[in-house]
Design a protein around this ligand. Structure first.
Ligand SMILES: C[S@@+](CC[C@H](N)C(=O)[O-])C[C@H]1O[C@@H](n2cnc3c(N)ncnc32)[C@H](O)[C@@H]1O
Length: 278
């Protein structure tokens, strides 16, 4: 089972979360390293440091359409993105299969981090395809480059974005994939406007987010999203739902197209817990 602060005695939980609240998600290297050492002994992972916020966002919590925006996950916690248990928790191969990728496509891994999905996408798209690996932290792109080089992948194009400008070319993408990213965008409407322009008419924006409705997913609430909230925010920004995949261990997968796309809109099927046979 994944380590989780909820399972620790209250006082330790309090200490861990209290420390993390001040430092963990900030991009300040030193303070993050202080908390990193707590993580090593305390098993506090970025996505579990729910209440962890930078000093700035504590002063003025950012809210979008009724949802508190999570702070940016610092590069100093990037090891968490390549943790051993991730395959079991997220089943990336199942996700990639569900995305029906085709060799030669152009895909954007938006908020790529250290490249956990970028590498898998690049392998699937082959030499004729391209993965734009976009992130706002140069350190994440450095880590990505270190992962890409030894694998000899020539089809990864790193893009250093800013919070205001993701730097995406218009009409370019068959898919923009955001895995565990959307909930931490500081300017969701601005990012969605650029993503919308960057999609081909039949291109899709795919959001993969930890299920808020599911109490068995041991990720703290600030880092989860409900289907209803995703639908509310994305459809308000010129998109329609065109695909849904509910078969991952912990995450929702919702696919959207531009509202003027020839792709057919579908009805959302509300997520239901799977009955476990005993
Ligand atoms: C939780 S990590 C997920 C990384 C990767 N998608 C994965 O699943 O391994 C979120 C990433 O999104 C990036 N990010 C946050 N806001 C962003 C923005 N406005 N534009 C691009 N990347 C952003 C962060 O820097 C961080 O690397």
């Amino acid at each position: 089972m994944h380590p989780c602060p909820q399972r620790r005695p209250a006082i330790i939980r309090h200490l861990l979360i209290g420390r993390a609240r001040f430092h963990f998600f900030g991009r300040d290297g030193f303070l993050s390293i202080v908390v990193q050492s707590f993580c090593l002994v305390g098993c506090l992972s970025p996505a579990h440091a729910d209440e962890a916020t930078s000093a700035d966002s504590r002063a003025k919590p950012q809210v979008y359409m009724g949802r508190r925006i999570a702070p940016t996950m610092s590069y100093s916690g990037a090891n968490w993105l390549t943790r051993e248990t991730r395959t079991r928790e997220e089943n990336p191969e199942k996700l990639l299969k569900a995305l029906s990728l085709k060799p030669g496509q152009t895909i954007c891994d938006f908020g790529c981090g250290n490249g956990y999905y970028t590498i898998r996408l690049a392998k699937r798209l082959g030499p004729q395809g391209t993965v734009y690996a976009v992130d706002i932290q140069p350190e994440m792109l450095d880590l990505l480059a270190r992962a890409v080089k030894p694998r000899g992948l020539k089809n990864v194009k790193p893009v250093l974005a800013t919070e205001k400008d993701p730097g995406l070319p218009p009409g370019a993408f068959d898919m923009v994939l955001m895995v565990d990213v959307y909930h931490e965008l500081s300017d969701p409407a601005g990012a969605l406007a650029t993503v919308r322009k960057s999609l081909k008419p039949e291109g899709r924006l795919v959001l993969v987010e930890f299920r808020e409705e599911d109490p068995t997913v041991p990720i703290l609430p600030l880092h989860k999203m409900s289907q209803a909230q995703v639908m509310k925010e994305i459809t308000a920004n010129g998109f329609k739902l065109v695909a849904q995949f509910d078969d991952l261990p912990w995450q929702h997968v919702l696919g959207f197209a531009r509202d003027d796309s020839p792709l057919k809109a579908i009805e959302l099927k509300p997520w239901q817990p799977v009955e476990k046979a005993n």
